[in-house]
Design a protein around this ligand. Structure first.
Ligand code: AMP
Ligand code: MG
Length: 313
């Protein structure tokens, strides 16, 4: 990996890497983000692989302009008011994905919502405009380590897993964005951050504050209810029985194949979309899933499959 100073050339170079599915760390006003093309499932899977998370949680998708949001999500009056008041800035808004949302399903970790933010940093905005696509960008650090506010933190935490680090100096806020869920009738703060509940309430009225673990909010904690296909799952099998769909991995016949070549990054990119496609009671009575190696991003894939296969309450 190389660390390069932010300028016209390095931003153009970063945009080229991102358009080709690579990963670029860039400064925002909150912390350094590990960016990948949000519309490219494999790029998003590479982000999870680079961070070494043992499970999938949804990522924040960054936009350069408010106009980009209409394609990605369904908006309402609260969104209009809040984005007018706080964007660009450290407020992430969770909305329902639009019908033909071009963002990968992995970026939402299979949820029907998407978290959006417009960063208040010239380098981030220039990069987004140069790429011309929304960028998924969680904090650019290995899972479980401190968020990076300097380019050298990214370098020491992620090293060669990032294709390029654009150095824009220290992050001004140094604290993660506030995450506000607007996908339900009651607006709920899922993660406290730089924009306070009072500031939000002044614009849209009272908000609820979620007291779930901020590291595992509405997303992973509620997986059982949110992510599980309706059909039962049977794991670690290469043989479907009558009426079962087979979700394959590696060479061999299957109803759908996560990756013919046994590529775990490709499998992660396909996981949620394929589960949704097979989850069709008019065609199948259950989904059989091939064994997935528990290495690298395979750990997160197996975590998700195990949750989806767990008995329902
Ligand atoms: P980070 O990966 O550090 O940028 O953190 C992203 C935060 O946004 C995490 O707390 C996520 O769980 C939260 N988040 C992202 N997308 C969603 C979503 N669709 N629904 C709920 N929370 C989300
Ligand atoms: Mg983080």
């Amino acid at each position: 990996m190389s660390v390069v100073a932010a300028n016209v050339e390095s931003v153009a170079e970063g945009a080229r890497i991102l358009q080709n599915g690579g990963l670029v760390a860039f400064p925002t006003e909150t912390v350094y983000g590990l960016g990948g093309d949000a519309t490219d499932g494999k790029a998003v899977a590479r982000i999870f692989a680079a961070k070494g998370r043992p499970s999938f949680n949804p990522l924040i998708v960054h936009v350069a302009e408010r106009g980009w949001v209409a394609k990605l999500a369904d908006t309402d009056a609260r969104f209009e008011k809040l984005s007018a008041a706080f964007w660009p800035g450290p407020l992430t808004l969770v909305l329902r994905r639009s019908k033909n949302c071009p963002a990968s399903e992995l970026v939402s970790a299979g949820l029907d919502t998407i978290a959006l933010r417009m960063p208040d940093h010239k380098v981030a905005q220039d990069l987004l405009r140069a790429v011309g696509r929304p960028l998924a960008a969680p904090s650019a650090n290995a899972s479980g380590t401190v968020s990076p506010t300097l380019a050298k933190h990214v370098d020491s935490s992620l090293g060669a897993k990032v294709d390029l680090v654009i150095d824009g100096g220290a992050c001004r806020v140094g604290l993660e964005s506030t995450v506000l869920d607007l996908s339900e009738e009651v607006a709920t703060i899922l993660r406290p951050g730089a924009i306070t509940a009072e500031q939000i309430a002044a614009v849209i009225g009272p908000v609820k504050i979620s007291h779930e673990d901020p590291a595992a909010p509405k997303s992973p904690g509620q997986l059982a209810s949110h992510y599980a296909p309706a059909l039962p799952l049977r794991l670690n099998t290469t043989q479907a029985t009558v009426g079962e769909a087979l979700l394959g991995f590696g060479p061999g016949a299957a109803t759908l194949n996560l990756s013919q070549t046994g590529d775990l990054v490709e499998a992660a990119a396909n996981l949620f979309a394929m589960l949704r496609t097979l989850d069709d009671a008019s065609k199948f009575k259950a989904i059989a899933v091939a064994p997935i190696p528990s290495t690298g991003i395979g750990i997160a894939i197996n975590d998700r499959l195990a949750r989806a296969a767990a008995p329902r309450g």
